[in-house]
Design a protein around this ligand. Structure first.
Ligand SMILES: [Zn+2]
Length: 210
């Protein structure tokens, strides 16, 4: 699959997504990293040390799926392996969003599964994988997340963050937002004494809007 957008347009999508992520509280300061696939063998990823709400044209590296930087910033995000392994595991996806959503991380650390409450959660999130804690930037972190991404579009990485994928950056971002919203509602449900909410699956959820 080759992205029909130019690298300038792809960078613009990442810049916009980065500021939306910080505005919505999914990542603080320089936490989190994003990428968009360019073609079967390349992706553009945020560079090391970038703040997601301060991205500009110089904030990106273009890498191949072997893990080499071929253009742009010399030092990609410390989590570049997460993106590389996700694209290798999911030839169908066009974007990877990795952020640090507070409620999703907290619930997972407390041993509670995130419950899907609304139609949006069911439609965008669908199912959630998880991985145990592994150090930032490690092969183990990237490989275990990719294993889960083979089966789920949303993965919580223990004591660390979430990784969501989609056809494009907007979908990966919507999934991250809905995962965190589901976690927040699950947290409130637990406070209200209900820990076992279930979405009323039965037929495939379809959105009447959007
Ligand atoms: Zn992270």
């Amino acid at each position: 699959m080759t992205n029909p957008l130019s690298t300038t347009e792809i960078a613009q999508q990442l810049i916009r997504a980065g500021s939306e992520i910080v505005d919505s509280g999914l990542a603080l300061a320089s936490a989190g990293n994003l990428s968009i696939r360019l073609d079967d063998d390349h992706f553009m990823v945020t560079a090391s040390g970038t703040w997601l709400n301060r991205l500009d044209r110089t904030s990106f590296s273009i890498m191949d799926l072997a893990g080499d930087v071929v253009e742009g910033a010399d030092k990609p995000s410390s989590e570049w392996k997460l993106h590389q392994r996700a694209y290798l595991a999911r030839p169908d996806i066009g974007s990877v969003v990795h952020v640090h959503p507070a409620h999703a991380i907290l619930l997972d650390a407390l041993g509670h599964p995130v419950r899907l409450v609304t139609l949006d959660h069911a439609y965008y999130v669908g199912s959630i994988g998880r991985t145990p804690y592994h150090p930032n930037g490690s092969d183990e972190l990237a490989d275990t997340a990719a294993e889960q991404l083979a089966e789920h579009n949303c993965v919580i990485m223990g004591n660390h963050g979430s990784t969501t994928v989609g056809d494009d950056c907007d979908m990966a971002l919507r999934r991250a937002l809905n995962l965190e919203n589901a976690a927040e509602l699950t947290y409130r449900a637990l406070l209200a004494g209900n820990g076992d909410l279930e979405f009323p699956w039965g037929s495939e959820p379809h959105l009447h809007h959007a």
